[in-house]
Design a protein around this ligand. Sequence first.
Ligand SMILES: Nc1nc2c(ncn2[C@@H]2O[C@H](COP(=O)(O)OP(=O)(O)OP(=O)(O)O)[C@@H](O)[C@H]2O)c(=O)[nH]1
Ligand SMILES: [Mg+2]
Length: 354
Amino acid sequence: MPFGEIVCGSPGSGKSTYCYGKYQLFTALNRPISVVNLDPANDALPYPCAIDISSLITLNDVMEKHGLGPNGGMLYCMEYLEANYDWLEDRLKELGDDAYVLFDLPGQVELSTNHESMKNIVEKLTKSSFRLAAVHLCDAHYITDASKYVSVLLLSLRAMLQLELPHINVLSKVDLLSKYGDLDFNLDFYTEVQDLSYLENTLNAALSPRFAALNMAMISLIEDYSLVGFETLAVEDKNSMLNLTRVIDRATGYVFVPPSNSNQPPGTIEAHDAGPSIRPNTYALFSSAIGQMQGPGSNIRDVQERWIDAKEEYDAFEKKEWRKEGEMVRDEAARAGKIRERKAPTAESSDMQL
Ligand SMILES: Nc1nc2c(ncn2[C@@H]2O[C@H](COP(=O)(O)OP(=O)(O)OP(=O)(O)O)[C@@H](O)[C@H]2O)c(=O)[nH]1
Ligand SMILES: [Mg+2]
């Protein structure tokens, strides 16, 4: 049964970068992954692409041929993809039953909030036995302003109701948060969508009384349904990526057990007596998907400490560790080179053997 993620979110929220980051992480972990580009305007793809909508239709062609602007053209492309769903289906079948597929969507939010084509495509994928989760990225920058945070909450709720999939909202680019000054509340207030009435003072200070009241009415609607929550993501941070992966695996029910003959993942230390029979359990990092969430980055207070409260100290520490690691790799390579030199038969010794 193939699994996958519908990666959606507003323009520039980091969808394509996330797909590339996940491709690199999974490749290092020997975990299957294929990326499907469904953005017909994406002409500089950062990742190796298994299926590219551009070989079916491109935004430029549509704009030229039908005299449409970029946004109308994008909706046309999605309707065209829906009408030609068999094109996508045939290519997905070629990826096999064990595929794990990331669908990189365009940034137009209406595609995941009110336009029907993407919803219909998702329905068709689910019917063809795909187990999917929606990963909805929102730029973390929006939590620095109360009224923008309210609109991100509404947008996330709307996407959840539209796509009808197991849904994970993500505040992306948390590594940049400290640049925008102090937050009004701790990070967990925003991710856990705790008692939002605390936003009242901030909204009253920033908006006219009528708009502040409207925002408060929207807040109470969001609280009534208590559906929205957020994970966090800093795409270049391995712990952050692993934590988000665990959350998504949990939502889809994916359990990864590498084949018994799989190689040891790079950077891990081989136990002396680790034969092939115990290897899958040793390296099945994700087989605990249904277990407790643990590990660095799984606690939101740690995320706050890493990226907001003590970012500079952590950055300096990581830099030092990378330097050490680099030196170790260099020394190891030099040592291996010397051993190879010693082992290589000289012309004289070869003659003697003959
Ligand atoms: N610092 C930081 N930058 C990020 C992160 N994720 C993405 N970016 C940057 O954000 C910018 C936009 O990223 P994209 O991946 O192109 O965003 P997108 O959502 O695919 O954009 P569209 O396809 O245009 O909707 C790029 O400059 C990325 O390098 C992150 O976690 N941290
Ligand atoms: Mg993109």
